[in-house]
Unconditional design. Structure first.
Length: 535
């Protein structure tokens, strides 16, 4: 925790993960869940994109995050509560990994603590900590442990297999309505794992599958029924919005390039110099503005594995996959990692993910497939444990200084000196607490400006999209007054509220209000002596 939250702790809990855009969109949804738990809001209806219904379906639902956040909000303000929610998830993930590795897999305590620590301080997860969905990877060891116990109980003929199957389905259902990406990645990996198992063990033929269903039909039916019930809230929220938006098109720029496999960012303690070298090489053959280097190496592409860990993983894959005729789970698991990972790769403009995108349900809801590498952190650590734990134990007994050096390198190469914690709660309070609430009679509002003189957000295009819309979302939940503004993964069909300082902005708002029959719409412009006026 000291490694992951060092900037937060050093700032006296002033800095939280992310910036004033994505982090505050997430916090808006968490505030919405707090209102739901207080009985002041409808569960699937946040107060932005008014008057559209089911606006929760335009973004991740954050249900579990909202539950934890609401508990922290009993004693703390929003920005600190959001940071404490991230702290809670990291703690849960660490404990759940200890349970999976030690309690379920029954590996040694030393290896258990090492795997849990590496998973918690993971370079990629640290760099992308501003995306709060990543926190829900704390559920992965829980799902993996429950699924493993279910299979064991079923093989042993114990009735509790069905109870465990229900628990597994319930966790996945909660995960789907909290963070779609990583819940979907879990289902995707499980599907590849199942297909690999059927293929390796020769059970892929219809007669063999039918025999499996007959032998384990009750537990399979129990899981299927429980999963169907568990995903009802997710389907209720997202199916209509998926039809409305059409999902994401096939976006090859967010697939895994070969360099992404080991791209740990320029600030990685041990390997950042390699990424710096790649950036210099790109600059040498590209325009000097740096856009190509950022597109190839920056942002979401910084999701790779440190070199020593990656080398151990590759060696483990070769060692396990090469065991022809081996039908054991270790080889099946290695094949599932290799195949599911390989499908995310792209070489220039060619990628096998095209098949997944169009054939696997839900895949078109993904934009940044690169985040699959963050999902793979725990599976890869377990793969390395499967392949090398006996050798590490022997080395620790015979040459402890070499084993200790390897462990130290594995830990050190996960450390990144970047600062993903950039959201200052004191700065946000200074900017937002001076904004007066809407006057009586305002049934909804829209924003022109909340922070006069604020610096440009990244570039002109993003500055026209984000700041006023995100502030409107957050303030709507604070005041519990709906806003027509908002921004998220998807937006309503006639959303047209970018560029608030453009001459036609108010005209666009009036046209929207007329189309939707809105009355009592108020306008906020903090540049004016009287910030509030009728729209």
């Amino acid at each position: 925790m000291l490694v992951v939250f060092r900037d937060t702790l050093a700032s006296g809990f002033d800095l939280g993960f992310g910036d004033r855009m994505d982090a505050m969109i997430e916090m808006t949804i968490l505030e919405h869940w707090r209102s739901v738990f207080l009985g002041a809001a409808t569960w699937n209806q946040p107060l932005y994109f008014h008057p559209y219904a089911d606006t929760l379906g335009y973004n991740d639902g954050y249900f579990l995050s909202g539950l934890i956040y609401s508990a922290w909000r009993l004693g703390f303000e929003p920005f600190l509560s959001d940071t404490l929610t991230a702290f809670t998830f990291r703690t849960l993930g660490y404990v759940a990994t200890l349970w999976l590795v030690r309690g379920v897999l029954r590996w040694s305590w030393g290896l258990t603590v090492l795997i849990a620590t590496l998973a918690t301080i993971s370079n990629g997860m640290f760099l992308h900590a501003g995306h709060a969905q990543i926190n829900t990877l704390a559920l992965l060891p829980l799902v993996a442990g429950l699924a493993t116990l279910t299979v064991r109980a079923e093989i042993a003929g114990r009735p509790r297999a069905r109870l465990l199957a229900v628990a597994t389905a319930a966790v996945i259902g909660v995960w789907l309505v909290s963070a779609f990406y990583f819940a979907w990645f879990t289902l995707y990996f499980s599907l590849v794992l199942l297909l690999c198992w059927l293929g390796v063990t020769g059970r892929w033929r219809p007669a063999a599958i039918a025999a499996l269903v007959r032998a384990h039909g009750r537990t399979l039916a129990t899981f299927a029924l429980a999963f169907t019930v568990a995903v009802i809230p997710f389907l209720f929220v997202y199916v209509a919005k998926r039809v409305e938006s059409g999902g994401h098109g096939f976006m090859i720029s967010y697939l895994v390039q070969p360099t992404d496999l080991v791209n740990v960012g320029e600030a990685n303690l041990l390997w950042g110099w390699l990424v710096q070298g790649l950036r210099i090489a790109v600059h040498a053959v590209a325009p000097p503005d740096g856009r190509l280097a950022r597109a190839l190496l920056g942002g979401e592409h910084e999701s790779g594995f440190p070199l020593l860990l990656f080398a151990l993983a590759c060696a483990a894959l070769v060692r396990l996959v090469a065991r022809r005729g081996d039908t054991g789970f270790a080889r099946v698991f290695a094949l599932a990692i290799l195949i599911s990972w390989a499908l995310t790769l792209r070489i220039w403009q060619v990628s096998p993910w095209l098949l997944v995108h169009f054939l696997v349900p839900g895949a078109s809801g993904l934009r940044v497939v690169l985040r699959y590498q963050l999902f793979l952190v725990l599976p890869v650590l377990l793969l390395i444990g499967i392949a090398w734990r006996a050798q590490l134990a022997q080395l620790w007994q015979r040459r402890p200084w070499i084993a200790g050096a390897i462990v130290a390198l594995l830990l050190a190469e996960q450390v990144n000196l970047a600062q993903p914690a950039r959201l200052s709660r004191s700065a946000q309070h200074a900017a937002l607490d001076t904004i007066p609430a809407p006057p009586p009679g305002c049934s909804a509002f829209y924003i022109v400006s909340t922070r006069p003189g604020a610096p440009l957000y990244r570039d002109a295009r993003l500055d026209a999209l984000y700041p006023h819309n995100v502030d409107a979302m957050f303030l709507a939940e604070r005041w519990r007054v709906p806003t027509i503004n908002g921004f998220s993964t998807f937006t309503p069909p006639d959303w047209n509220f970018a560029a608030p300082l453009a001459p036609d902005y108010d005209a666009r708002v009036r046209a929207y209000a007329q189309r939707h029959g809105l009355t009592g719409l108020c306008r906020l412009d903090m540049r004016a002596a009287q910030p509030w006026s009728r729209g």
